[in-house]
Design a protein around this ligand. Structure first.
Ligand code: 5GP
Ligand code: ZN
Length: 136
């Protein structure tokens, strides 16, 4: 199966890898939204966080933590926005789970994660919580 981020993680497509280990890879986004915009992936192919085997989750998040620290020390941003686009509706364009680390700088004009959508439900949140808990 051909997958862009598997190919990058396997060094078959060039990219600016800033960190990698046996299980994960972190490389600079080709269209950075800010200085140091980095994408972190598992070397295990999975389209979404729901599909990723549990054993691959901890390495992914350990690398996410490590690379965020690297970016902090290297570039001195004022903060970060860290997130996953999952599904076409959210803007996922590469069907291999990836976590964006977007360094944030004072006065960068960006918003918070809350700015990606603002469609408050009519349903009471207690009702929503009850519906979700049935699937724990
Ligand atoms: P998504 O929209 O799926 O959450 O994010 C995919 C990201 O991958 C985009 O920010 C896009 O700029 C980046 N991207 C797409 N193709 C390439 C590529 O070939 N190399 C690198 N380094 N990044 C890519
Ligand atoms: Zn893949």
């Amino acid at each position: 199966m051909s997958c862009l981020f598997c190919s990058i993680a396997q060094h078959n497509i060039p990219s600016e890898i800033v960190y990698e280990d046996d299980a994960t890879s972190a490389f600079l986004d080709i269209q950075p939204r800010s200085l140091g915009h980095t994408v972190v992936v598992s070397k295990t192919h999975a389209e979404t966080i729901i599909d990723l085997p549990a054993a691959s989750l901890a390495p992914l998040f350990l690398t996410l933590q490590h690379v965020t620290g690297m970016l902090s020390r290297a570039l001195h941003p004022a903060g970060f926005t860290i997130g996953i686009n999952q599904g076409l509706v959210s803007g996922q364009t590469v069907p291999h789970l990836h976590v964006h680390i977007i360094p944030r700088f004072t006065g960068d004009g960006g918003g918070s994660i809350h700015s990606v959508v603002n469609q408050p439900p009519n349903e009471a949140i207690a009702m929503t919580a009850a519906r979700i808990r049935k699937y724990s």
